[in-house]
Design a protein around this ligand. Structure first.
Ligand SMILES: Nc1ncnc2c1ncn2[C@@H]1O[C@H](COP(=O)(O)OP(=O)(O)O)[C@@H](O)[C@H]1O
Ligand SMILES: [Mg+2]
Length: 325
């Protein structure tokens, strides 16, 4: 409360557009939201000098309280709208991803696995034809058939591994991240993961984020080493994947990738997919990178315990069993 000579009062800030010189007394009350956040100040000026009464201040506090409630509602509303938008675009991407995955799987089965089984069949027939007359030739044909069977098995495994994190349910997140690290032979991957059990969909999201970040480090960064860290801080879970590679300008990349230019990689939905997934879980995704300085992907999501203690499987009802990417 300033009754007169406000220019001499250190609390008064003169802003020409507000024409302070036309007013004499003023009173200010903070605008504090129901959740306790200070979001602004409500100032009232009078042309004539005025002694503000307790009732005046009380009235202003009430008005400030109403304004604060409205501001908080507007903010919550905006956050909700953003989540909803993220959800919609994520749902679209899930459908696109499923289509692409089906095509990929069909391609792998048709070009790889079934071709091998066809030649396997011919080698076995050839062996059957000569097994009496020329056992050595038959043995050679069977040997070729065995190699083909092994190759078909490998291809089947990798086709399946592209579909869902194969180890999450069995090993848990920490060990799955470990084994993920080992699946990039060209990279020296260090994994430092806390033993956490969380709801299945959160574990899958964390795993997929790590997988995509590792894939990017291998594919784009020419990195030599990668560090994966998983930790819990109060009610948040933090995943960090740092590489020592080429780095890039995340802002420029983000601008260039909007809207849907470029085909997202099959195992994930790229950086934008990581971001959407983080937002959907009420978390955040940060990219810390600059050309020549390596890249850190930092995912923070609320810690969500498994639906049933002791099991981290399947997650929330209604959530797709295998969220993509
Ligand atoms: N770790 C990284 N190091 C360097 N560049 C990266 C890294 N991660 C992403 N990028 C850059 O960002 C682009 C987009 O990545 P992403 O969305 O994962 O799509 P994709 O991997 O399919 O190209 C990449 O093409 C690359 O230029
Ligand atoms: Mg990628």
């Amino acid at each position: 409360m300033i009754l007169d000579d406000k220019a001499a009062d250190p609390r008064y800030l003169y802003i020409p557009a507000l024409r302070g010189e036309e007013f004499v007394s003023m009173v200010s009350v903070p605008i504090v939201t129901p959740l306790g956040h200070l979001v602004g100040v409500l100032n009232v000026h009078t042309r004539a000098r005025r002694e503000f009464s307790g009732a005046d201040v009380e009235l202003l506090r009430t008005v400030a309280g109403l304004v604060a409630g409205a501001i908080e509602n507007a903010r919550l509303h905006r956050r909700l709208a953003e989540r909803e938008e993220a959800l919609e675009s994520f749902a679209e991407r899930i459908v696109e991803w499923q289509e692409r995955e089906s095509r990929r799987l069909a391609g792998e089965i048709h070009d790889g696995i079934s071709q091998r089984i066809v030649s396997l069949f011919f080698h076995l027939s050839a062996a059957a034809d000569v097994i009496g007359a020329d056992p050595a030739l038959a043995a050679e044909q069977i040997g070729r058939a065995q190699e083909l069977a092994a190759a078909a098995l490998d291809e089947t495994r990798s086709a399946i591994a592209g579909l869902r994190p194969p180890v999450l349910d069995d090993l848990g997140l920490a060990a799955s991240l470990d084994s993920l690290g080992h699946s990039f032979p060209g990279l020296d991957v260090r994994v430092d993961a806390a033993e956490l059990r969380m709801a299945g969909h959160v574990e899958t999201a964390v795993y997929r984020t790590a997988q995509e970040a590792l894939q990017n480090a291998a594919k784009h960064a020419s990195a030599q080493s990668v560090r994966i860290r998983l930790s819990q801080h109060a009610d948040r879970v933090l995943l960090e994947v740092s590489d020592d590679g080429a780095g890039f300008d995340p802002e420029a990349q983000r601008a260039a990738s909007e809207p849907e230019s470029g085909v997202p990689s099959p195992a994930g939905l790229g950086l934008s997919g990581m971001r959407e997934r983080a937002e959907l879980l009420g978390g955040t995704l940060e990219l810390i990178s600059a050309p020549g300085r390596g890249t850190t992907v930092r995912l923070a999501v609320p810690f969500t315990p498994p639906a049933y203690p002791g099991s981290a499987q399947s997650g929330t009802p209604g959530w797709p069993a295998h969220p993509p990417g």
